[in-house]
Design a protein around this ligand. Structure first.
Ligand code: NAG
Ligand code: NAG
Ligand code: NAG
Ligand code: NAG
Length: 460
């Protein structure tokens, strides 16, 4: 892996790899999920299914010193008690919604082929007509103009794996109903690094491929495991941090792969490391550490000293006061009910009813690791005035949508030649349009709350 930023390294190969390659990227984790989790009882977590010793305690004293900075203006502290309690987005239910999506599979040009369920012949349409209703707040229907308004003169970056891309493409489709974006940059096989520009609001939206957020060497045919360096971020995205105003981080499924974990000079252990002399440590702790390193690096580089507020909101900030907003999209559950290449691997066409499905096992553990690190980072960020953090807590609401995946419609017209027993299914990613559009509705809600909050605090 090269640690250079591909947005700066235009000379690298920009060949788009064959479709087969993309499908392999998508399906390998699926096969692994099958392999690792299905022979086990649901309550058994991967961290305790193997002989397990705790990894060495990692000291963070080296980075901790960088968090000392001037305390924020007292006015901000005074007013922060006025800020409304945030909404618990995970507590709610799906309710029928007669309006349906803002876009369709033909009106939006940026949908990845495998997720364009409409144009691939998915016959049922009910999955398009639901909206998420949290118990203690109301999410408005997505308004692309308001979203673009908040982002005026700013750069929003999605960083992560194919789930980040899924969410980004949903957002682009919804935004493009108000203003057409222009693709201004595209590099890497399978469109891994891209940037769009919305001329109407001078907004940039981009995606950076980084399935671990931290430095990682993806597995090859020779070394069939990933190598993760948990103490340093992946500079392919992080070297652009000074040019970002808002970052959405979305990773998870790649942590299920076999991997060896490094921290500085030492090896913490490995996951599913057949034939290697390392200790199995699972991946939940490792997942948390990857987020810890990521969030602390963002704070170090972009936290700033004094000044007011975060990155969103008013346009009048001078360069000296530029902040950053950080959103962590929590783990997205899959819905395989059987083998991934068998007919009917995720056959449901309706959401689960309230109470029908509990958040548990891997989904719960992954979400917990992310939310925990965001909360820890929020504590530390109190020292900084220019950084705002939020978890986009979509794990539960997504768990309730077994009907939202492409399933066999990851390919066009999969049953054109009759129904076969064996058909490949994607029960991990989400159809566009579909349930994942809700994630961006909530993202806009988070931005509105931040905006309200900064008005109260008199920050900007
Ligand atoms: C998709 O949306 C476009 C633009 O709004 C519209 O013209 C077209 O009829 C829609 N197609 C379908 C199948 O709904
Ligand atoms: C958008 O990206 C272009 C480079 O592609 C850059 O010149 C411009 O300053 C960026 N604008 C914003 C608002 O980030
Ligand atoms: C595995 O590592 C331990 C401790 O580092 C060492 O004592 C042992 O010989 C190693 N075993 C193999 C098969 O390499
Ligand atoms: C923002 O504050 C206003 C006034 O207090 C309130 O009416 C509105 O609901 C708030 N919006 C959000 C998203 O919290």
């Amino acid at each position: 892996m090269s640690s250079t930023n591909p947005f700066k390294d235009q000379s690298s190969s920009s060949l788009t790899k064959k479709l087969l390659r993309c499908i392999l990227y998508a399906l390998l984790p699926l096969a692994l999920i099958r392999l690792y989790f299905y022979p086990l009882t649901p309550s058994l977590s991967p961290t305790n299914q193997f002989p397990h010793t705790k990894p060495p305690i990692i000291t963070t004293t080296a980075t901790a010193t960088t968090f000392t900075s001037p305390s924020p203006p007292s006015s901000k502290e005074h007013h922060s008690s006025n800020t409304e309690t945030p909404c618990d987005y995970s507590n709610g239910k799906w309710v029928p919604d007669k309006f349906g999506p803002l876009y369709n599979g033909t009106s939006c040009g940026t949908i990845k082929d495998g997720q364009n369920c409409m144009s691939h012949g998915r016959p049922d349409q009910d999955y398009l007509y639901w909206s998420w209703e949290p118990k203690d707040c109301k999410i408005s229907r997505f308004d692309p103009k308001i979203f673009l308004h908040f982002l005026r003169n700013k750069h929003l970056a999605f960083v992560g794996d194919s789930m980040a891309r899924n969410q980004l493409e949903s957002l682009l489709c919804m935004l493009s109903t108000a203003s057409k974006p222009e693709l201004v940059y595209n590099l890497g096989d399978d469109n891994k690094f891209r940037r769009w520009h919305f001329k109407s609001h001078n907004v940039n939206v981009s995606i950076y491929w980084s399935p671990f957020l931290v430095k990682g060497i993806e597995k090859t045919e020779i070394a069939n495991y990933n190598r993760l360096f948990l103490d340093s971020v992946d500079e392919r995205w992080a070297s652009d941090l000074d040019k970002m105003d808002m970052v959405v981080l979305s990773v998870g499924h790649w942590f299920l792969h076999p991997a060896v974990y490094f921290y500085g000079e030492s090896v913490l252990g490995c996951h599913y490391c057949v034939g290697q002399n390392y200790t199995e440590v699972g991946f939940y702790d490792v997942f948390g550490k990857a987020f810890k390193t990521t969030l602390e690096t963002i704070m170090e580089r972009r936290g700033g000293g004094g000044g007011g507020g975060g990155g969103g909101g008013s346009d009048s900030d001078s360069d000296s006061g530029k902040g950053i907003d950080v959103v962590v999209t929590t783990f997205s559950p899959h819905h395989f009910e059987g083998e991934w290449d068998k007919l009917g691997a995720c056959p449901k066409t309706q959401p689960f009813k309230e109470g029908e499905k509990q958040l548990e096992g891997m989904d719960a553990e992954m979400r917990k690791a992310e939310v925990g690190e965001v909360e820890a980072a929020k504590e530390k960020a109190k020292k900084f005035s220019r950084i705002r953090l939020s978890a986009l807590d979509v794990t539960k609401l997504s768990l309730m949508r077994p009907d939202g995946h492409p399933g066999p419609y990851m390919y066009a017209n999969p049953f054109a030649n009759g129904i076969a027993e064996r058909v490949q299914n994607d029960c991990v990613h989400w159809c566009l349009p579909g349930a994942i559009d809700t994630w961006n509705e909530i993202l806009l809600d988070v931005m509105k709350r931040w905006d309200n909050q900064s008005r109260w605090s008199g920050g900007r």
